[in-house]
Structures are given as C-alpha cells and as structure tokens.
Design a protein around this ligand. Structure first.
Ligand SMILES: C[S@@+](CC[C@H](N)C(=O)[O-])C[C@H]1O[C@@H](n2cnc3c(N)ncnc32)[C@H](O)[C@@H]1O
Length: 454
C-alpha cells in the first residue's frame, strides 16, 4: 500500500500519473504509457488497473445519455431517483465521470454503485475519487437491497462500492441503469443484467469480441451468438445488429422488450444502449425485429425475415433489423452538449495543474477535439438511424454506378438532400452514408457528382 493525498492508504503504485478524461482527473498506472488524444483500437494492457483510453468516447457518450435521461425525464419521473450500476467498473473512471460531469442540480437524483471483482482496481477507484472529490457533496442513506438486508456503509463521497461477482451485484438491487463493460464478450453477464434491471431500465453494453460479432471468427460467432456472418462492408453494422438481436432474444425469454437508444461500432468495439421494459406483449413481438441481411444483385442488400436456401450463402444473421437509435435522444447528442458537460474550463484546468496535472495548450486543443469527435455526426444522422434507411459505403458505390471514382461524401449528401431525400454521414472510420433515397436515385447522384463527370 502507498499513501494517498489525504493520508488514505492507496494500492501499490499509487498515485501513478495524472491524466484528464473529460472534466475528471484520473490516475493512470505509472507504467502505462501517457495516452495520446484520440487513440484508436485495442490498447496494450498493463495488468489490473489499466485504463483503456480508446474507450473515452464511449464513456463520454454514457455521460450524455445518463444526463439526458435525468434532464428529459424519459426513464423515471422528475421526483424519482435513478439507481445506476457500473457492474465492471475497473478503476472507476466512468462512475467518477458520471458523478463529476453530470450537472449538480440532478446529482441528488443519481445513486451510483460501482462494482469490480479486482480489489486492486477498486482500491484505485476509491482513492482516486477521495483524492479528487466531486464539486458537490452527495449524501445518500444506504438502501435496503432486494434481499432485505441493509447495504453496509461503503459510500465514498456519493459512490457505493461493491467487490463481488458482477452477476450477483446486478441482481442485488433493481437498478434502472446497468453498464456492462467486460473484457471480450458480454454474453456471460447478459441474463443477470436483464434480471437485475427494474421493470424499466437502461442497459449499456460494450463488446470487444468483434471477431466473433463480425464473423471473422466464424466458429466463435456460431458458438457464442448462434449466428453466421459475412465479412464485407456490412460486417460492422452486422456486428451491432447481432449484439442487439442477442440482447433482444435474451430479454424476450424474460418477458422483456428492448428499444435501442444508441448503437455504434466504434473502432475496435461495439457499444449498444437500450431501454429495456418488462412487457409480455411487446416481448412476444420480437420476431418482427429479427431477420437476415441478404446481399443482392440489384441493391447492396435487403433485410428478410428468413433467407431461402438459395439466399443463405449471401446472408448474415439473425440480426436486429429494427431502428438502431432513438431519434430524440440521439438528436440531443451534439458537440455543444458534450462541451457543455464534459469540457474543463480554463479555471478548472489551472486548479488541476496545482493538483499535478501536466496539461499544455496542445492538450487543451486535442482533448476538445476528442470530445467533439465522441459525438460527431450523431445528431445529423439521428432521424435516419431511428427509422428504415439504406446504409452505403462510399467506396463501394463507383462499382455499382459503373464509374471510375467516388464523389466526396459531403458533396453526395448535399446532392441527395437537394433532391428532397434525407441523407447523413455515420460516425465510423469508413465513409458511411445513410439515406432514405431509393438506391437507383443514390447512384444517379453518384454519377452526377463523380470527379470524372466534371
Ligand atoms: C474492461 S474492464 C472494465 C473497464 C471499465 N468499465 C472502464 O471504463 O474503465 C473489465 C473489468 O471487469 C472485471 N471483472 C471481470 N470479471 C468480473 C466478474 N465476474 N465480476 C466483477 N468484475 C469482473 C475486471 O476486474 C475488469 O476490471
């Protein structure tokens, strides 16, 4: 054990090095390389207590989503509390960001529990939080849990820490919000998470087993998800839809239905957020939302309920074929909102420097860019992603259009919009376009705007 700022004993290696994620100071293990801003892909792990900086945008969106539920009262009534659990919290960066970055006036309505099986990571989370407490002091009385016993006093300045198996932690309390961020696949935690939610709740899931979800590892995909994939330009969208289908079918078994709020393939992981409701009637209609993507000759793909024997070779599924986002929630995920909630002010940064943060003007600039990137394109695509749309990869369009080069994506979108249809860019490393224009119309715009047509 090492000594913390307030004389508390911290885990070995404390205090490590200080880094800023959003508006929250975090301590990284000394041996972890100082992150670059906007890192992508799986990071090299350095043991328990490692923080993956590539997940920062997903944590940022989680703050926006939880804040949206509190600000717009779509989950509980304005006089009610949201009980939120980060079931696999590691060093607690997400929960600390929930506490620090969601505005003070709704904080009393937020009860946060953080759980991890790894004692070292949990000790790191506790001492980080007590060293850098939230601006507002949050006091909550311990609650009775589902089994009638009083929670022991485990609170650290508004956070309730648990050190048990996540499957037990999730079942303890009837949470309205559960975050599931395991190493690899979430399947082993899924049933407990669905059962741990109250009658209406939000389930946020990260899955990093993208080889299984996309089908590039066909055997793990078949074993874990009972699915068959095709690794082409639709593999990422299929991965998102496969995880949603898995959650929806597991939920239906428990008389619950899901409504996706946000679902993204983000570099090296899939992240989905769904509203889960107990409703036998809605759960019975799950078949309407599950189908297969069949690659076709006249259009890139069609969703079908069941592929014919002839179509199976060209089909991936079973997948969620319903809407992927909630229009209202996604349209409020704007760059203005992310800066309002998650950007540290110059005065805050000066105070943090006194606490040991080394932060240059470039860091300020790059971290602002990273915050903006966390939500870039989301609000513009909110309408299309919450209803039926066609997803197209720009790079594949010249072949379909029979021309040599693709137009610029922005130009193509402007051209389709000017023609009276909707079109938007999707947040992805690939140049992805969503539209409600018929495919033949899109091709006309591709030909018209091709660089070779000028
Ligand atoms: C990917 S990390 C979580 C990262 C964290 N959510 C964040 O944003 O920094 C997965 C965590 O799950 C914990 N874990 C693995 N199996 C567990 C289990 N059965 N119950 C509780 N925690 C578990 C590990 O100790 C690890 O800290």
């Amino acid at each position: 054990m090492a000594e913390g700022a307030n004389g508390d004993l911290g885990p070995d290696g404390w205090p490590g090095q200080i880094w800023l994620e959003g508006r929250t100071l975090v301590h990284l293990l000394a041996e972890q390389t100082r992150p670059t801003h906007m890192p992508r892909g799986p990071a090299k792990r350095t043991g328990p207590g490692f923080l993956n900086p590539a997940m920062a945008p997903a944590r940022t969106r989680s703050i926006l989503l939880l804040n949206d539920a509190l600000e717009h009262d779509w989950l509980v009534r304005p006089d009610q509390t949201i009980r939120a659990l980060d079931a696999l919290c590691a060093t607690g960066v997400r929960i600390r960001r929930w506490r620090n970055e969601i505005p003070a006036h709704v904080q009393q309505r937020l009860r946060i529990t953080a759980n991890d099986l790894d004692q070292f990571a949990l000790d790191w989370a506790k001492i980080s939080h007590s060293t850098h407490p939230p601006v507002q002091n949050i006091e909550h009385e311990p609650e009775d849990d589902r089994y009638g016993k009083n929670s022991e006093q485990r609170f650290v300045n508004g956070l309730d820490f648990r050190n048990i198996d996540a499957r037990i932690a999730m079942m303890e309390n009837g949470y309205q919000w559960i975050d599931l961020d395991p190493f690899g696949s979430p399947v082993q935690f899924l049933d407990a998470a669905l059962q741990g939610l109250s009658r209406t709740g939000v389930l946020e899931i990260t899955a990093t087993d993208t080889a299984a979800l996309t089908g590039s590892s066909a055997s793990s995909q078949a074993r874990r998800y009972g699915a068959k994939g095709i690794v082409d330009v639709y593999a990422h969208d299929d991965a998102v839809r496969l995880l949603l289908a898995t959650v929806a079918t597991s939920a239906a078994r428990l008389d619950k239905s899901i409504t996706p709020l946000m679902a993204l393939f983000d570099g090296h992981h899939v992240r989905i957020s769904c509203l889960v409701k107990t409703s036998r009637e809605k759960a019975s209609k799950i078949g309407d939302m599950i189908g297969w993507r069949v690659r076709e000759e006249d259009v890139p793909y069609r969703f079908v309920r069941h592929p014919t024997p002839e179509q199976v070779k060209r089909a991936s599924g079973p997948l969620w074929v319903g809407p992927l986002w909630d229009k209202d929630v996604a349209s409020r995920m704007t760059e203005e909102k992310v800066l309002e909630l998650c950007q540290a002010s110059p005065e805050e940064i000066e105070g943090m420097k006194t606490a040991g943060l080394e932060w240059s003007a470039d860091d300020v600039e790059y971290s602002t860019r990273e915050l903006r990137r966390s939500v870039r394109y989301i609000s513009e695509a909110a309408d299309l992603m919450s209803r039926e749309h066609l997803l197209l990869n720009l790079d594949s369009l010249p072949r379909w259009a029979g021309i040599g080069g693709a137009p610029k994506l922005e130009k193509l979108i402007a051209s389709i919009l000017a023609d009276g249809h909707c079109a938007a860019r999707l947040p992805d490393l690939e140049p992805l376009l969503v539209t409600d224009a018929p495919f033949e119309t899109v091709l006309q715009h591709v030909r018209k705007n091709s660089p070779l047509a000028e």
